[in-house]
Design a protein around this ligand. Structure first.
Ligand code: EPU
Length: 422
């Protein structure tokens, strides 16, 4: 498997409106759950529409460390054969990404045991796993927890009624993976309704599982005796599609985003229209034309179908160009406004309160600066700011962005951006 792209710094000469058409990649957060699901069966699985991103490489390492064979079968197809699964404990590569924790549910189903270090991922606030562990315990799993490691063991998984204290995305996915072959029915109340959960449910059904209610806040899983391999096409990345849509508005351009699912982006589309942008959806295409004047808006990042926390930072960049004060409230993670300091270096006028509220005053001309990508979405936001700024922006720590966006520089260049890796 070759690396998706080199890291390096990104150098952007801003001020060019983006124009043209771009194809959305497969979803980062959906593919990680799908890769974990392949551990459920001895048969080979084929995943298509797989993005070439850093997190997929890392997840492949995790699966290999358990004895699975993971190979590219084309540009965006991944063949995974878990017949040789020989361990319930991954190596330390599992610490580098949050999504790795989804192996827990799948390993419990297949082997009756699983272990994992605390999962890593972006530093965006406290990221506990209590929802996962409480749900596993309800299914009969013995949980041993230390600072260094989580160890799970079960003789026989039994279906149960589970109430999630929070509608956690990975937590819901993990419980679905653990419940698919449990004896009896599992009902997950206050489940996450995110499209990535629906994507996993669709794949599990393709493997012979009985899952209902995905996309609502009550998911029901009726345990089956066995599952089989499948071929599954990963859903388009709504967060990447959303980033390109916002890019059109930020640069004063016009972009058509193809292979998207507009129904997964309802909250963003509403907000872009409220800002005055022209957004048209037809089939799997979203066309966005910038507004002569951007209007300020209020956004609250919430679980789906609320405004996506992952698009909060990118939208904030557009709001620096709005005429008046906008308010951005992050209600999913408790420390996801760290990008604000970097945007201020470029001239943005943003006040923050309690680490979760940002008041953005605009319009402010942005100017090029040297800034750091602090996490995948914060990095994407800085790229958008660089595209809109006067002068040259240099973005360091691009490996964060490469974890979640495939060849972002090449694709923005195809839309007319002056952008280079150095
Ligand atoms: N939470 C708990 N207890 C838990 C789990 C979560 O209190 O056991 C809290 C978290 O502290 C957080 C909130 O619930 O405040 C949301 O966390 P959630 O578990 O839903 O997030 P996640 O599953 O860890 C996934 C995505 C994130 C995305 C969130 C929210 C993956 C690998 N990651 O994380 O993606 O922001 O859902 O939609 O699926 C990104 O792509 O940039 C990214 C960070």
């Amino acid at each position: 498997m070759s690396p998706p792209q080199g890291s390096g710094d990104l150098v952007i000469k801003g001020g060019r409106p983006l124009r043209g058409s771009v194809v959305t990649s497969g979803s980062k957060n959906a593919v990680l759950g799908a890769m974990a699901a392949t551990l459920l069966v001895e048969d080979e699985c084929l995943l298509t529409n797989v993005p070439r991103i850093g997190d997929v490489e890392q997840m492949a390492r995790v699966l290999r460390s358990l004895g699975a064979k993971v190979e590219w079968a084309g540009d965006h197809a991944l063949k995974i054969d878990s017949s040789g699964l020989n361990s319930s404990t991954p190596d330390r590569s599992a610490e580098s990404l949050r999504g790795s924790f989804a192996i827990m549910g799948a390993l419990l189903s297949r082997l009756g045991e699983a272990a994992c270090p605390p999962p890593g991922g972006d530093v965006i606030g406290l990221r506990p796993v209590d929802v996962h562990l409480k749900g596993f315990a309800a299914l009969g799993v013995e949980v041993v927890e230390s600072d260094e490691w989580f160890e799970l063991r079960v003789d026989a998984l039994r279906g149960a009624d589970i109430f999630n204290d929070y509608p956690s995305v990975l937590g819901t996915q993990n419980l679905m993976l653990a419940a698919v072959c449990a004896e009896g029915v599992t009902t997950i109340v206050n489940a996450a309704a995110e499209p990535e959960v629906q994507g996993l449910a669709e794949m599990l059904r393709g493997m012979g599982a009985k899952v209902r209610g995905d996309g609502t806040h009550t998911v029901e899983v009726e345990g089956v005796a066995s599952l089989h391999g499948t071929e599954y096409e990963v859903i388009p990345d709504r967060l990447e599609a959303g980033t390109f849509a916002i890019a059109a508005g930020v640069t004063g351009g016009e972009v058509e985003v193809r292979n998207a699912r507009p129904e997964h982006l309802t909250s963003l589309i509403h907000k872009l229209r409220e800002c005055g942008l022209n957004v048209a959806c037809e089939g799997d295409r979203i066309s966005v034309r910038a507004a002569a004047k951007v209007r300020p808006v209020t956004i609250q990042a919430l679980p789906y179908p609320g405004f996506a926390t992952d698009l909060q930072a990118p939208l904030a960049v557009l709001l620096t160009q709005a005429e008046g004060k906008s308010r951005v409230q992050e209600r999913v993670f408790d420390n996801r406004l760290l990008y604000v300091d970097e945007l201020r270096k470029m001239g943005a006028m943003i006040e923050t309160k309690d680490r979760t509220t940002a008041i953005i005053s605009g319009p402010t001309p942005l100017s090029g600066a040297k800034v750091r990508a602090l996490d995948v979405r914060a990095g994407a936001a800085l790229i958008l700011a660089g595209l809109a700024a006067d002068g040259t922006t240099e973005i360091t720590d691009m490996h964060h962005v490469d974890r979640g966006y495939e060849a972002i520089d090449e694709r923005l260049r195809s839309l007319g951006a002056d952008i280079e890796r150095v």
